[in-house]
Ligand binder design. Structure first.
Ligand SMILES: [Zn+2]
Ligand SMILES: [Zn+2]
Length: 212
């Protein structure tokens, strides 16, 4: 889920010596660069580098995303660059889709004026929810209702530091959404290292592996 700067390098360094990640599918929440920027070097690597012999990963995008990526391709000088390397698909608000053997349901969330979604992701036994980027909203509690793990952004030191309309959460606001959701476990992410967290709150970090 999402593919911002640094993701491709991390996947390359953990690719069992092949130098290129084997990925079935990528699902993008929104078109802010920190959520999709590494699709660009992924394209060049696949077209001319180590990844060129691999099957195309599915690339799940918000509604209108195929056209949006094509517009970036035109600006970057190779209009079909993304569709050469990925199998682009668009998901629809509230409609379940299957990717990499998992079932995902996208829910629209408020994030400044950008079209943004969070995902509920399920296999046969467990469900997690991923907020992507979101301002405070009761939709977050619905997204994460009863899930085993709620991966939620907590970008801000304090909610009042946000822009208008709101686009991010403080840790307190993430906890409020978690408590309203009835989710079993909260894992905070998308948070500057410089910001502290209250004891007892879990924060994701690079390389973290956990059982859901
Ligand atoms: Zn964003
Ligand atoms: Zn972001």
């Amino acid at each position: 889920m999402d593919c911002g700067p640094g993701v491709l390098a991390r996947l390359r360094s953990s690719s069992n010596g092949t130098g290129w990640p084997h990925v079935d599918a990528i699902a993008i929440t929104h078109f802010h660069l920190d959520h999709w920027g590494d699709l660009v070097p992924w394209v060049w690597g696949t077209m001319w580098g180590l990844g060129r012999d691999y099957a195309k990963p599915e690339l799940w995008l918000p509604p209108g995303g195929i056209e949006e990526l094509a517009a970036f391709g035109i600006r970057f000088g190779t209009p079909d660059m993304f569709s050469r390397v990925f199998e682009p698909r668009e998901y629809t608000e509230g409609e379940e889709f299957e990717a990499a053997g998992l079932r995902l349901v996208p829910t629209r969330l408020p994030h400044y004026t950008v079209q943004t979604y969070g995902f509920r992701v399920s296999n046969t036994t467990r469900t997690l929810a991923y907020s992507g980027d979101s301002g405070p909203s009761e939709r977050l509690a619905r997204l994460a209702e009863g899930v085993d793990l709620f991966l939620c952004e907590a970008t801000l030191e304090r909610g009042e530091l946000d822009g208008e309309p709101r686009g991010h959460l403080s840790a307190e606001e993430a906890v409020a959404a978690f408590e309203a959701s009835g989710a079993k476990r909260l894992l905070l992410t998308h948070r500057p290292d410089e910001l502290t967290l209250d004891a007892g709150l879990e924060q994701a970090h690079d390389g973290l592996q956990l059982d859901v």
